[in-house]
Design a protein around this ligand. Sequence first.
Ligand SMILES: [Zn+2]
Length: 186
Amino acid sequence: MFNESDFKYMKMALGEAKISFQRGDLPVGAVLTIDEKLIGRGGNCANTLDKWSSHAEFIVLDMFSRTLKNKEKSSVSTLYTTWEPCLMCLSISRMNRLDRIVYACPDPIGGATKLNPSKIGEWYTKKWSKIEHGIYKEESFNMLVKYCIVALSGLLIIGNCLLYNFIKVGEDNIYLHGLSHTHFPV
Ligand SMILES: [Zn+2]
């Protein structure tokens, strides 16, 4: 399902997530490619810029919107993101006629990729991005857990809420493994 480029660019997106983490933002990174060539990359800046909308995917897609608009019709645009896109990022993907979205880890709280485009209007169904996930999901998840633990020192309620949801998902699948290494006192 995933090729060599997918692994390469998701790893790059993880690098962007790490940069976000280091400056105190939510560790989510995104990379945009066209025909497997790098177009742009970025990370979440919501804390740094003090804006709710500064998500990694939104920043990258908005910055290279003109490039996407002028690409050859036969070219394939792909967005790699370390976390499942939210409603806003899914929406800007559609507005930019993105061909493909690859994300690493599902977001049990704010992920919107299960949205059925046929329920929200005919226009959306005409070019809905192909969505794939699961590549480097443990790496992405572990970074998020680390961020939550740091966030807990100052934002107890938000941190607890995030962890609670992760644990709920973890009971059913692989995420429990990720949490077992955090030694988080829950
Ligand atoms: Zn988003």
